[in-house]
Design a protein around this ligand. Structure first.
Ligand SMILES: Nc1ncnc2c1ncn2[C@@H]1O[C@H](COP(=O)(O)OP(=O)(O)OP(=O)(O)O)[C@@H](O)[C@H]1O
Ligand SMILES: [Mg+2]
Length: 230
């Protein structure tokens, strides 16, 4: 059984049809890229697969279960197993960086002591090479620094699946190379990645992994693009 089954998914806003009937299967341990021009619906589709947006037609199954029909307990397990790096980072503006990183631990790792949480947060910041004070708020950080924190937040509960929306955008070359090397380790440990990217270097490295596949999103429709040329 596929990890995710996307079945004839549609998404319309009040004013337009954004995703117009997309079906695909995502296997555990695979790397799936959603490519396409700006405004084609990549971020919308990624959020639909991740259960963040509710389809206006069709359904998305995770482990055979319709995400929108999960019980609260099933949904919480689903959310612990899957993490998301948003295109705009989407950190809580009124919380410090420490509080931003604490929140997923408090939600999904309630048995952890305060000290354990604190050391996990510090360790994650080292891993993503974020070295500014944790008492700062997102507004005090550059976009690239916010991306590092968003990445740390996504990894902090040791997820099985990562959704990445332009996760190296706004990072400099060093920062981008470093995040890519963390991602390659993540993929090599058998985990699942579903990503959106414009960067050919990023797509190229993702495509080197076993079991990788890219799709071209074109005006809300999906075209298989395994022959994608960078
Ligand atoms: N919640 C929403 N309500 C109304 N319209 C939306 C919503 N989300 C996205 N759109 C519209 O849907 C279209 C696709 O947006 P989306 O953000 O998915 O594109 P994208 O492919 O990720 O673009 P980019 O590469 O610029 O990030 C755009 O025309 C956008 O204005
Ligand atoms: Mg987008």
């Amino acid at each position: 059984m596929a990890l995710f089954s996307v079945e004839s998914v549609k998404f319309s806003s009040r004013t337009q049809d954004i995703i117009k009937g997309v079906s695909m299967e995502i296997e555990m341990g695979s790397v799936t890229g959603l490519l396409g021009r700006s405004g084609s619906g990549k971020s919308t589709l990624l959020k639909l697969v991740a259960g963040i947006l509710v389809p206006t037609g069709g359904r998305v199954l995770f482990d055979g279960k319709d995400i929108q029909l999960m019980s609260n307990v099933e949904n919480k397990t689903f959310r612990r197993r899957c993490s998301y790096v948003f295109q705009d980072s989407a950190l809580w503006a009124n919380q410090t960086i420490e509080q931003n990183l604490n929140l997923p631990l408090q939600t999904h790792n309630q048995s952890m002591s305060r000290d354990e949480r604190s050391s996990r947060i510090r360790r994650m910041c080292e891993i993503v090479r974020f070295n500014r004070p944790l008492s700062l708020r997102p507004v005090d950080l550059s976009m690239g620094e916010q991306k590092r924190v968003a990445f740390a937040r996504a990894l902090i509960n040791d997820p099985e699946v990562l959704f990445l929306d332009e996760c190296t955008e706004s990072l400099d070359q060093d920062g981008s190379d470093h995040i890519l090397s963390l991602l390659v380790d993540f993929i090599n440990s058998g985990k699942t990645v579903i990503y959106v990217s414009h960067r050919s270097e990023f797509i190229d490295i993702m495509n080197r992994s076993r079991n990788s596949r890219v799709y071209d999103i074109d005006a809300g429709f999906l075209r298989g693009a395994d022959d994608y040329e960078i």
